[in-house]
Design a protein around this ligand. Structure first.
Ligand SMILES: Cc1cc2nc3c(=O)[nH]c(=O)nc-3n(C[C@H](O)[C@H](O)[C@H](O)COP(=O)(O)O)c2cc1C
Length: 154
């Protein structure tokens, strides 16, 4: 089973969680790769930061773990754009995680997760795990470890 972590990250929080996830799953002997969604600029507040110039292919992977930041109490618009151009996720098992700056899941994380899960299931994926990580929280390490446990079930 080939696992792909497809991640959108500007300031590194979501990438850091993705990297920990990748290292942990590699340790278990999984065949796993991280693919970053590329944008013209790394500044999320600039127009180029919202233009995708590298959209990783989902086809090679049996299991995909999508990671993205929360923006404006929702899933980041760039992740929505990226997911919109995927034709199908039929037959794929998917895990979804989001990182947010604020410390409470109702300040965007829960909503973003709901949105990403709906997009994935509408495209035919089976969502098997999910998680919100609060990037500024002292619990970040634990939240990442919990996410790893949930994502390791397959
Ligand atoms: C445009 C923008 C909007 C954001 N809106 C929210 C928000 O509504 N709620 C929240 O908790 N964090 C918000 N954040 C903070 C990010 O979700 C948080 O820092 C995230 O971990 C960034 O991920 P990254 O480092 O992978 O880019 C926002 C950040 C940006 C740049």
């Amino acid at each position: 089973m080939k696992i792909g972590i497809i991640v959108l990250s500007y300031t590194g929080n979501t990438y850091s969680a993705a990297n920990k996830l990748s290292l942990a799953l590699k340790k278990e002997g999984r065949d796993i790769e991280i693919r970053r969604i590329g944008t013209e600029s790394t500044d999320p507040n600039s127009p180029g930061g919202k233009k995708i110039n590298d959209a990783p292919d989902t086809q090679p992977f049996d299991i995909i773990l999508f990671g993205a930041p929360v923006w404006a109490f929702s899933l980041s618009t760039v992740m929505k754009q990226y997911l919109a151009q995927i034709m199908t996720l039929q037959g794929k098992k998917v895990g979804c995680f989001v990182t947010q700056g604020l410390s409470k899941p109702w300040l965007g994380g829960n909503r973003a997760l709901k949105q990403i899960k709906k997009i994935c299931t509408d495209k035919g994926a089976v969502v098997f795990a999910e998680g919100v990580i609060h990037a500024s929280s002292k619990d970040m390490e634990k939240q990442t470890d919990d996410l790893i446990k949930r994502m390791s079930v397959l």
